[in-house]
Design a protein. Structure first.
Length: 876
């Protein structure tokens, strides 16, 4: 029979898709059945391989009907029927005794407890009829309700009451059923030593229960062996020890269970502890402080209500632990509960309520002194409640920290781990060592694997991805949606496929495949200086198959910040920046540093003044233009998936460096739709590189090469630039170099001011004035202090050039041009166009006349501000 039991158990486990300890099962089975076990093992492996893509595991499978004889099943059914009859009779008796003195004290809570046990038993027997564990626990609850209703006694509340049906003892079989339940709950490997113990304890407890029942039938009428009677201590001690032993077996089996099953066990045992806590606390207080017994006798009704209220939670929590699809983490529930209880508003209410009751108590008894009122038990209770609530309010923060450390002891370990990791990362001399320290810290702090992936420093366009230096994890491309999300949110993201707060369903196919291959559940970004994403940490599933706790993300973010500092320090100490890229001198195409093949246009590559990858996220593609002031390159922002322009300077250009810094500050200080945006100021090989908005529409100078602009378009451009200059001047800056080549167009045609290299503060008198000669005002050429009016002059020159297609001040050389500007003498050809009206349209003629009137007027007669210039232009 033992061998048959092993074979049937294994068959039941395979049918339920549970794990089996095959070696132990094979050792316990007879030799003639080992071949059958081997066949079952092959069948289970086949089922596992076929159903690998479907959810499975301990939480998805339900036990089939347990092996057993028809007699056992009939006996269980008979017990349930007897329990149902007893519960019905008990409800009638409690209702009948409602008006009795005993009933007034105990009827209400006993009725609630009886209904709670009965309801949970019915829920388990009906709702969990396909789950053998639920049926077993349902029978246990049914017997408990029967025992509860068959007698008005409860061992620790009213031990002197008289039983009604002394020959009906349903509770004697509860230990046997609890051991049968312990053999099934939680679901773990079959045929462990605890399973063997449970298999032997079930019949043993059944024999003990039967013996107690027979002893009552034989000895109770004659008064023999009173210690075995139901009212004796030995009777309840035997049943309690056997039942608690079964609960202990459940706790031991939880060590080998999955995280979900472990949470179920924690809920079940926690419900038992919470239900018994008031009773045990009352007994402990009376043993340590005998004077408290008088207080308990005075408030027996209130104490009984508290006791039964807590007992009500036990069957409910145990039922949820067995039937619930997703058992909550007990620690999470406890933490959320005490944090809600310790809110400032609730603590204030807890202080105000007993204080109000105390005031009412004093006012309702004016004939008594305050000392007499305070000396009553109710008065002392109110004073104690006020004191406890006030103490909790005063020490709220410290109390929360202590409770968090008690509920989550790993939080204290987190602080120690951060200190230890920081000291090790300071001494790290390689990226591999940093990855090892991080992996060890994540494993000890979160109980999960953690892998560091960092951005490649190579300039090769085909190698811009995140790689793991210390683990065999597939690289992730730099243009992935995950990298973009990390840069945008700057916070950890959850990517667990089955997580409720996960973004896995939103990821594109390539990113989702990487998440599955890397077995990642969360991704924590690692940032360097500014907004540069150096890499990220891929967190896997906990080793106990659970999820990260609510305190783990804060620890991981702090650890990632420490890793970012270590990587930055290592990069600076290395002193080897990314090598310069290669560029084609003919077409400007930028290639990787190691490229040896000629460009597609047939010209050999030369060394570029920029790296192939800037700041780990700007991939340079081609040169847009170059000159004595430096070069401008087109780059792609891999994080935000957009094109940007990268402006460089020649090596050793000190004044140019000053201008570049001024340009960065000026562009960052003003935000306006007609001013090009700045995206960053990076450094490579000691050379600053300005990253600004890329304007696809080209420059105004390029458009003027094709001829003058229509009058309406010219007016729109000047009005938009006037608003931009107004914002710049109000911010305290002067552009200093307004000209067509410094005016660009976005893809939608919006004009934008560019090149703030000569921009300076209006109160900066020490910096010499500069700018392009043809667009400088007479006052600037005479060395006077520059201001907003000089930008207006330059804008008016641009207006003239847009309308006429040529500059107003021309000459054979720079000296002649400067002389014309000082005299405000517009070239004869320009005057001829204005006087004869040979402009492209009447509106252009009006614009030319307006521009000539401004450019030939004295400074007091010219618009002094960009806003005034725009108003005068609108007056046309």
């Amino acid at each position: 029979m033992a061998g048959d039991g092993v074979l049937l158990d294994v068959a039941d486990a395979v049918a339920s898709r549970q794990q089996v300890d095959w070696d132990r099962a094979r050792g316990a089975a007879p030799r003639d059945q080992r071949q059958s076990l081997d066949n079952l093992r092959a069948l289970s492996e086949m089922v596992a391989s076929v159903g690998a893509g479907t959810p499975s595991g301990p939480d998805t499978a339900r036990s089939s009907d347990p092996p057993g004889t028809p007699f056992v099943r009939i006996a269980l059914g008979a017990l349930v029927v007897v329990a149902a009859v007893q519960v019905a009779a008990g409800l009638v008796r409690i209702t009948w005794s409602w008006e009795q003195r005993w009933g007034l004290q105990f009827a209400e809570p006993r009725m609630l407890a009886l209904v709670s046990l009965s309801a949970c038993a019915a829920l388990l027997l009906i709702g969990g009829r396909r789950d053998h564990r639920a049926r077993l626990l349902g029978v246990v609850f049914a017997l408990g309700a029967s025992s509860f209703s068959s007698s008005f006694s409860w061992p620790l509340v009213a031990p002197t009451a008289t039983p009604v049906d002394p020959w009906i003892l349903p509770e004697v079989f509860q230990p046997a059923l609890m051991w049968a339940f312990a053999r099934e709950f939680p679901r773990v490997h079959r045929r462990t030593w605890i399973d063997d113990l449970a298999r032997r304890m079930v019949p043993l407890c059944a024999w003990v229960g039967g013996g107690l029942w027979i002893a009552h039938l034989l000895f109770l009428p004659e008064g023999r062996l009173p210690f075995l009677h139901r009212d004796g201590d030995v009777y309840w001690l035997i049943l309690s020890v056997l039942t608690l032993a079964a609960v202990s077996a459940i706790a031991l089996r939880a060590r080998d269970a999955t995280a979900r099953e472990s949470r179920r066990v924690a809920l079940l045992i926690g419900g038992i502890v919470v239900g018994l806590a008031p009773i045990l606390l009352d007994i402990t207080i009376e043993l340590l402080w005998p004077a408290a017994r008088r207080f308990g006798e005075e408030h027996l009704h209130a104490i009984s209500v508290v006791v039964f209220t807590f007992l009500l939670s036990t069957p409910c929590s145990m039922t949820y632990a067995v039937l619930g699809e997703h058992a909550l983490d007990v620690r999470t529930v406890v933490r959320a509960s005490y944090r809600r209880l310790l809110t400032r508003r609730l603590l204030a209410a807890l202080i105000a309520a007993p204080m109000g009751a105390l005031v009412w108590l004093l006012a309702s008894q004016p004939d008594r002194t305050v000392a007499d009122v305070m000396g009553t038990s109710f008065g002392r209770l109110l004073v104690a409640a006020v004191g406890v609530a006030a103490l909790a309010a005063g020490c709220r923060k410290r109390l929360l920290l202590r409770l968090d450390a008690w509920v989550y002891p790993e939080t204290a370990d987190h602080r120690r781990l951060l200190v230890a990791a920081g000291s090790e990362l300071v001494q790290a001399t390689s990226v591999a060592r940093i990855g090892e320290v991080l992996t060890a810290s994540v494993r000890r702090g979160c109980g999960a694997p953690g892998t560091l992936l960092i951005a490649d420093a190579a300039a090769d366009a085909s190698a811009h991805h995140f790689t793991a230096p210390t683990a065999d994890v597939a690289p992730l491309v730099r243009t992935s949606a995950i990298a973009h999300a990390l840069e945008s949110t700057r916070e950890p993201i959850w990517v667990e496929p089955e997580g409720r707060a996960s973004v896995f369903s939103l990821l594109p196919g390539r990113d989702a495949e990487w998440v599955v291959a890397a077995a990642a559940t969360a991704i924590v970004p690692v940032f360097g200086p500014g907004t540069e994403l150096l890499g990220f940490v891929a967190i896997g599933r906990r080793f106990d198959d659970g999820r990260l706790s609510s305190v783990d993300p804060d620890f991981l973010q702090a650890l990632a910040a420490t890793v970012g500092l270590a990587l930055t320090r290592l990069r600076l100490a290395d002193g080897r920046p990314a090598p310069p890229a290669r560029e084609c001198p003919a077409c400007g195409i930028v290639a990787s540093a190691g490229s040896t093949r000629p460009c597609g246009c047939g010209v050999d590559f030369t060394a570029a003044a920029v790296p192939g990858m800037l700041a780990g996220k700007f991939l340079l593609e081609r040169r847009l233009g170059s000159g004595g002031m430096g070069a401008v390159y087109l780059a792609r922002d891999l994080g935000l998936q957009r094109h940007v322009a990268v402006k460089t300077l020649p090596v050793g250009d000190g004044p140019g460096l000053v201008r570049l810094m001024q340009e960065a500050r000026a562009m960052a200080a003003v935000a306006h739709p007609a001013i090009a945006q700045i995206h960053g100021l990076e450094t490579w090989c000691g050379r600053p590189l300005l990253v600004v908005e890329f304007l696809r529409g080209g420059t105004l100078a390029a458009r003027l090469d094709r001829g003058p602009l229509p009058g309406a378009e010219a007016v729109g451009v000047v009005l938009a630039l006037s608003e931009a200059l107004t914002a710049l001047h109000e911010a305290g800056y002067v552009h200093g170099d307004v000209k067509p080549s410094n005016i660009g167009f976005a893809s939608d045609g919006t004009p934008k001011l560019l090149d703030f290299g000569l921009a300076r503060l209006t109160n900066d008198h020490d910096q010499p004035a500069g700018g392009t000669l043809s667009y400088s005002s007479p006052e600037v050429l005479r060395g006077e202090r520059t201001g907003a009016a000089d930008d207006v002059w330059s804008l008016c020159v641009v207006l003239y050039e847009m309308a006429a297609g040529r500059r107003p001040f021309v000459g054979d050389g720079a000296g002649e041009v400067a002389a014309c500007i000082r005299r405000q003498a517009i070239s004869p050809a320009a005057v001829e166009v204005t006087e004869t009206g040979r402009a492209s349209s009447p509106r252009s003629a009006k614009l030319l006349a307006f521009a000539v009137s401004v450019l030939t007027a004295g400074r007091p007669d010219r618009p002094a501000t960009a806003r005034g210039f725009a108003a005068a232009l609108r007056g046309l």
